[in-house]
Design a protein around this ligand. Structure first.
Ligand SMILES: [Cu+2]
Length: 132
């Protein structure tokens, strides 16, 4: 009876191991396929590409300003929908990463800190279908 239990446990561990392997594989696939968008935060402006392709996107953010800034991504619509946002602000000189799953369309990338967006920290990112 004791050995039966041990066999059962070993099996369960084996299944867990296989699942972990699958997750690692799909993470690697995403890593190689996703697009990267470099974003430079400045006091009163954001520098970034005007467009990218749809799918998993990694924003590489650097704060070149003298104040702390954040970054959020939302749809351009009458009622914008936020699709991604940094949890914390980025200190001057620091970098941050933000992942987002982007479908084709128009997005606004902006700084949600204080009134920075109204001071110019906003720009449109056009996402085109990857198959185009
Ligand atoms: Cu800001």
């Amino acid at each position: 009876m004791m050995s039966f239990r041990i066999t059962g446990l070993a099996r369960r561990v084996g299944v867990l191991g296989a699942t972990a392997g699958l997750v690692a594989l799909s993470a690697a696939a995403i890593l190689t396929e996703r697009d990267e968008v470099e974003v430079i935060l400045q006091d009163g402006a954001i520098e970034a590409a005007d467009s990218t392709t749809s799918g998993e996107t990694l924003f590489r953010i650097r704060n070149d300003g003298e104040r702390a800034h954040g970054l959020a991504v939302r749809t351009v619509a009458e009622e914008p929908r936020e699709v991604a946002a940094l949890d914390e602000t980025v200190a001057p000189g620091e970098t941050a990463l933000l992942e987002a799953m982007l479908e084709p369309g128009s997005y606004e990338i902006y700084c949600p800190v204080s009134s920075h967006r109204d001071q110019g920290m906003s720009r449109v990112l056009t996402v085109v279908d990857q198959t185009d």
